[in-house]
Each structure stands twice: as C-alpha cells, then as structure tokens.
Ligand binder design. Structure first.
Ligand SMILES: C=C(O[C@@H]1C=C(C(=O)O)C=C[C@H]1O)C(=O)O
Length: 330
C-alpha cells in the first residue's frame, strides 16, 4: 500500500519509480537517507546508512579495484562510487551497489551511458548552473540504456561568497516532475539537512570525509524534519487505520528524537545544579514549563500535559541518577 507521501507525490508526477533500492537502503520511502561521512563509532545512531567514494579526486591515479576492495573491507552497507573514467566501470560493477554521476561530468554522455549499462542504481548529480531540463535529460540517457533506477542529487551552484548555493526550489520541482527520489549534497556541513528534508528531499549526501558528529547531526535533523513535516506540512488526511498509523509512526519517530535530546539536556542540568536528581526537584519550574506547553497544545490542556511531562521528567531524572552511579553521563 502506498504511503501518504507516495500518494501525494504520485498525484503530480509523471514518470519514474518513486523508490530506488541501493543495497539494503530504499530511497524515496521510509526515513530519509544519510549517505557519506565517517563509518561511525560506538553510537549506532550516528552511522551513515550508505557510503560513497569518488575515484576522481586522485585524477584517475587510484586503482579502482584496489580502492573499492579496501572500502568494502571497512564498510558492508550500501556503497556508491563515482568513476574517474570508463576504465573504472568493471570494478564498480563487481564491487559497488550504485554509481554516482558526478556534478563535474554530468554532461559526459558517453560515460553516463556506459555507467548506465552496468545496470546498477544511479545517482545523477546536478552540474553547477545546469537547468532542470539539462539535469532530467541525463535521466533519459540512462533510461535509453534500459536503466530506470535513477536518483537525482542537488549539488548547488557556485556563487561568490558561499561556496555552493543549494537550489531547494529546483530540487523540489524536479522531484515532482520526474517522480524520482532526490538527494541534496551538503558536503561537510549538516546545517541544512533539516531544511533539505523539509523541502521534500528523500535524503542527504555528506562528503565522504565528513566526521561522526556531522553524520550524527544529519541523522538527527533529517529524522526530525521528516517526522515533523510529513504529517504536518504535507498533511494528507489519513483515511484508513493503516494510513493514520503510518503517520503516527512518523510523529513517534520525532518524539523519540526529541525525548532522547531532552533527557540528555536534563542530565546536564542535574550535574550542574548544587543538588541534582530527585532530591533537587523544582516543582515550580515544572509547573511553568507545563503551562508554556499548554499554550502550544491547547486541546491536550494543562492537566493532561502535566501527567505526560511528569512521566517524561521522572524518566530523565532516573536516567541521570543511573548515569551518576555508573559514571556514564555525557
Ligand atoms: C532539569 C531540571 O531538573 C528537574 C527536571 C526538570 C525537567 O526535566 O525539565 C525540571 C525541573 C527539575 O525538577 C531543572 O531544574 O531545570
């Protein structure tokens, strides 16, 4: 059954498949993808869902098969690769889950066609200054080679001052016109991750060298934006139990991210206050925060919110005390 997003999407789209699978990651459905960045440390939530690698950075001097074999040893998840030339394609066909058509060679039609013939999913980046029409023409080249598994990736235009000005309006229009999943390339700065997803992106691409903290920030911001914008901004009135539940699941995903963050902050307060934990509870502060929330959630009202927040606050205090005993707090 299509999700509310897919339905809204299908209503004004024409061609392409709304979802594309890359390894075990599905683009265009479910939580927004975060591709690129450090493979991650102890914290599973900070891991990228996919990685990518460019063979262009080394002017083709890097042996594709060796580079991909090394990357495969580090990363078992979905792997996308940008070739330097057609000579890299056999190794990519054997070892990667997808091909990236880089912004710099978007209009190298021979390479695009040869890459499409691998039959792997493709991510077509928009070259700087390229119009929607020029960008979508590349999708047609892939389709002409029998490859319809195409994802588009907005990479921005070169401007004075800011290095890359992302065009989220163009991204949005191309997504609606093509009916294909769209990513936004953020480089090493996750600051626009939430904005990209709120504008309709199905995921973000980070520079391969982006650090763990950037990945974690992108994971958190995209999950929140998807959860908050899909059921509100793109509000499609659910008509079935399954649709309503699917929307509840997204809202709960946002709540979970917020609750985790809230507990972390409440933990900081416990460590900084002269008397922390249950012993230092401040009921006046709790009453005021409930009253402030009731102004944003008038239908729930103060009495119900007080019960909800009491449980939330007590869970936070309990966690803070446990962290203190174990010496594990952040
Ligand atoms: C975080 C604090 O400690 C306690 C926990 C609170 C919370 O989780 O919001 C609020 C008041 C205190 O009972 C605080 O004093 O601000």
């Amino acid at each position: 059954m299509p999700t509310a997003v897919q339905e809204a999407h299908a209503a004004h789209t024409t061609t392409g498949p709304g979802t594309v699978r890359v390894g075990d990651m599905t683009l265009g459905e479910g939580p927004p993808a975060v591709i690129g960045g450090a493979p991650g440390g102890a914290d599973a939530t900070s891991r990228p869902m996919g990685r990518w690698l460019s063979l262009r950075g080394h002017h083709g001097a890097r042996d594709a098969r060796r580079a991909l074999t090394e990357e495969r040893a580090r990363w078992r998840g979905p792997l996308l690769v940008e070739p330097f030339s057609a000579a890299d394609l056999p190794a990519i066909g054997d070892l990667a889950d997808g091909v990236i058509v880089g912004a710099a060679w978007m209009q190298d039609f021979r390479l695009v066609r040869a890459a499409a013939r691998l039959g792997l999913p493709m991510v077509v980046q928009r070259g700087p200054g390229a119009t929607a029409q020029e960008w979508l023409a590349i999708v047609d080249y892939c389709a002409a080679e029998g490859n319809d598994r195409v994802v588009l990736c907005e990479c921005g235009d070169r401007t004075r001052g800011a290095e890359h000005a992302l065009n989220l309006g163009l991204m949005r229009a191309v997504r609606a016109r093509s009916g294909r999943p769209v990513l936004v390339h953020l480089g090493t700065d996750a600051g626009l991750a939430g904005a990209a997803v709120a504008a309709g992106a199905d995921g973000v691409l980070l520079a391969p060298e982006a650090g763990e903290e950037t990945v974690a920030a992108a994971v958190e911001a995209t999950a929140l934006a998807a959860a908050v914008t899909v059921p509100t901004a793109r509000r499609a009135a659910p008509r079935t139990v399954a649709d309503a539940r699917a929307q509840i699941d997204r809202v709960d995903a946002a709540l979970a991210v917020l609750l985790e963050r809230r507990a972390e902050l409440a933990g900081v307060v416990q460590r900084l206050k002269p008397v922390g934990g249950f012993a230092g509870r401040d009921m006046e502060r709790e009453r005021r925060l409930v009253a402030a929330m009731a102004r944003r959630a008038p239908r729930l009202g103060e009495a119900r919110l007080a019960r909800i927040m009491n449980a939330v606050i007590e869970a936070g205090l309990e966690l803070a005390e446990q962290d203190r005993r174990r010496g594990t707090g952040r």
